[in-house]
Design a protein around this ligand. Structure first.
Ligand SMILES: *Cc1c(COP(=O)(O)O)cnc(C)c1O
Length: 366
């Protein structure tokens, strides 16, 4: 019996380059796109270590758990970090970023998470990008949870380092990721004596040995399974149409939000303003007196495959995550989530209107 996962021929440099080009098209970018063979934390960390150092003053926007991690890396690199934290139930505004620059004109690096799958909010990157550009700072963006769910336009928004992963709205593999790099960002790395070199974290290695050499020789054996899966998932998005994929995510978010409110019993959207809610995933608060992780456990007992999770860490008590992304960005998945959540609430003695919730979800799908 043959196994499709085994005995694959090596992936050629030409194929690798063509997958990079395809990802670049998905992002509508003319910048260099480097595919990184690891989960998205690899380019997220690599890009910070390459561009930040003791001379850097970084504005680190914290709208969820990843911002905290970026701040830790930045400090570890010796950068001076100005943290701008907003409550996880909201989004940061361009005005808040403008105020931070006014207070600290020396800021020359801005790190931002676009959409937060972990907290369900999304930030206005286009408007923030304008402010960052006015001040000439380098703009680093984690678009792992937004790509495929809402527009991600590094060139139009002036993003210098845009990191994506395939495992959320793209419906692809988690073991491979990519970063688009502007000329300015490459120059910053080249001038940084502490940028990783001859290292798995190094983006400069890829610049010098892959891109500058005309993308003819790979640095090491490519991870074929992940590369082929990435290619397949981009192909599938192209076939469905990126706009259609994004619309499915927006509909799933709107339907989940409306359905959860209509369930009643004290369920509320975690992100207060619908305009701040991410299309990739919807976060909810359970009724007072309930614990989110317990509700999720009950819901999963009712329907084991349903894409519900409790928030991470501290948030496990108060946040239910509806991960309606990728293949789960469908009416059916939203209905199953609402049904399982309704069953969990009923189980916990909370009276809910499941029929009303499903009807509201259907209307909001649009
Ligand atoms: C999912 C996600 C990542 C990738 O990290 P995981 O720990 O693999 O989930 C990075 N950034 C954001 C904003 C994400 O939502």
């Amino acid at each position: 019996m043959t196994n499709l996962l085994l005995d694959l021929p090596p992936l050629s440099a030409a194929r690798f380059a063509s997958i990079e080009d395809r990802v670049a098209r998905l992002l509508g970018t003319g910048q260099d796109v480097v595919i990184t063979q690891g989960e998205a934390l690899l380019p997220l960390e690599g890009a910070i270590r390459a561009t930040a150092g003791p001379g850097t003053t970084a504005l680190n926007v914290i709208t969820g758990p990843y911002g905290q991690t970026f701040g830790d890396w930045l400090r570890d690199c010796g950068a001076t970090v100005v943290d701008l934290a907003v409550p996880f139930h909201t989004a940061v505004t361009a005005a808040q970023v403008r105020d931070a620059f006014a207070e600290h004109p020396e800021i020359d690096f801005v790190s931002l998470v676009h959409a937060e799958a972990a907290t369900g909010n999304t930030n206005p990157v286009a408007a923030i990008g304008e402010v960052v550009r006015e001040h000439g700072a380098l703009f680093y963006l984690d678009a792992v949870a937004s790509v495929g769910a809402e527009p991600v336009l590094p060139d139009a928004w002036g993003v210098d380092l845009c990191v994506i992963g395939a495992q959320k709205a793209m419906g692809g593999p988690a073991g491979v990721s990519a970063v688009s790099v502007s000329e300015r960002a490459w120059a910053r790395m080249a001038a940084n004596p502490n940028a990783p070199r001859r290292s798995y974290l190094s983006l400069l290695d890829w610049k010098e040995r892959w891109i500058d050499g005309g993308r003819r020789t790979l640095l090491h054996a490519p991870a074929q399974l992940e590369m082929l899966a990435l290619e397949a998932c981009v192909e599938r998005i192209e076939a469905e149409g990126l706009e259609t994929v994004m619309r499915r995510h927006a509909s799933a978010a709107a339907a989940t939000r409306a359905g959860a409110v209509a369930l009643g019993g004290g369920v509320t959207p975690y992100v207060r303003d619908a305009g701040d809610a991410a299309p990739v995933a919807t976060t909810l608060r359970g009724p007072s007196g309930t614990t989110a992780s317990e509700l999720v456990a009950r819901a999963l007992a009712a329907d084991p495959g349903v894409p519900l999770a409790a928030g991470g860490g501290e948030l496990a008590r108060e946040m239910v995550r509806v991960n309606h992304y990728g293949a789960e960005a469908t009416r059916g998945a939203v209905r199953r989530c609402l049904t399982a959540l309704g069953a969990a609430l009923a189980d916990a003695g909370v009276s809910v209107d499941l029929a009303g919730a499903l009807a509201a979800a259907e209307r909001a799908w649009g």
